[in-house]
Design a protein around this ligand. Sequence first.
Ligand code: ADP
Ligand code: ZN
Length: 434
Amino acid sequence: MKNYYQPEIETMPLEQLQALQSERLVKQVKHVYEHVPFYRGRMDEAGVKPEDIKGIEDLPKLPFITKDDLRDQYPYGLLAVPLEDCVRIQSTSGTTGRRVVAFYTMEDINIWDECCARAIVAAGGTKEDVCHVCYGYGLFTGGPGLNGGSHKVGCLTLPMSSGNTERQIQFMTDLGSTILCCTPSYAANLAESINEKGLRDQIKLKAGIFGAEPWTEEMRHNIEEALGIKAYDIYGLTEIAGPGVSFECEEQAGMHIQEDHFIPEIIDPDTGEVLPEGEVGELVFTCITKKAFPLLRYRTRDLCYLTRKKCSCGRTHIRMHKPTGRSDDMLIVKGVNVFPSQIETVLLNQGYQANYQIVVDRVGNNDTIEVQVELTPEMAADTSVSVAEREKKVVTGLKSMLGIKVDVSVVEPKTIVRSDGKAVRVVDKRNLYQ
Ligand code: ADP
Ligand code: ZN
């Protein structure tokens, strides 16, 4: 057996694991029914009482929760403990229309840190490692999650946050970073700079823990080659905890879901029916240990499949295949969640009509996003405002809505191709899902 962080949990026999899940689920359902009027209302509507949930086999009786519910209940509607028991919030990437704020008690933070610690150990991390965290710190869960996990493992933690590639590389070489945690796109960027500077033989990296956005096997291979490391995938979402909900082991064949904390289900996104193991559908999570913001049957919109096939690492927790797409139209651009509807809101607020197209691409390792929008005939007739001024105004509006820079081209009326059926608003040339 390898140096597992918590072998007694991660290699628990299935029967024992399911008994633990059942016990925790029953407690959790009572907790939310008693403390969250929203849940009580939903369960009453569905005709389910807490005592109807006797174990994990009863999970499908509970109603689903969606991102829209979270938005409607913003900020405190789903809080299940008194605010004074909370010690932290995190939030999904800087959006106004779709903001989600998740609350954590100290114990919730501990659970999350523990999941991230397990991920670091699964990537070969020990207290001897120097863990270089360049996920963003702040409201984004990436930095704080891996930071907490690294502390738990006892690594020397470098809380670098994102950006400033020069400084990243300097610390990496001076302090001998051995584990790199960041988005795969940033890892590819760093790899490129390191090789351009001829510093490859001065870095001591052995592993990378990369996630928060989809990436391909090809990209994994390129990063592994360029940095001479083993690159591990890690998955998570703010609503459920943050990174560490699932992660890869040395097999690099699917991510083990931390089932003692989160129960996964795969459903048909159209009917909500639970699908058998191995079928692709929408991933749904139920938090069975978190107290402040415990979502039950939360629809992630990520499409994937699960497998209980025995893993050579010894872990018994179920594995999820990397997401193969989304059942909504959310894009992840430069690590930020972008909904086309947010872009449309900005355009309509500035007087445009819904004749626009969003083109996402990747140049080198960097995402690009361009919005092309048509002038209305009235705008075209009004020569007092130049096209450049209009473009600048849209860029500013989009920056404040999305938090990222979007290239904008304002084009003549009737230049955007009209579709016969559903408008093609998004052209994503990156092919990130396999
Ligand atoms: P995070 O901070 O964990 O990225 P967000 O809440 O901003 O959380 O975004 C979560 C979404 O990011 C997920 O629902 C999923 O679509 C995507 N995501 C996170 N990790 C991965 C991954 N390893 N592979 C593919 N998509 C991922
Ligand atoms: Zn494994």
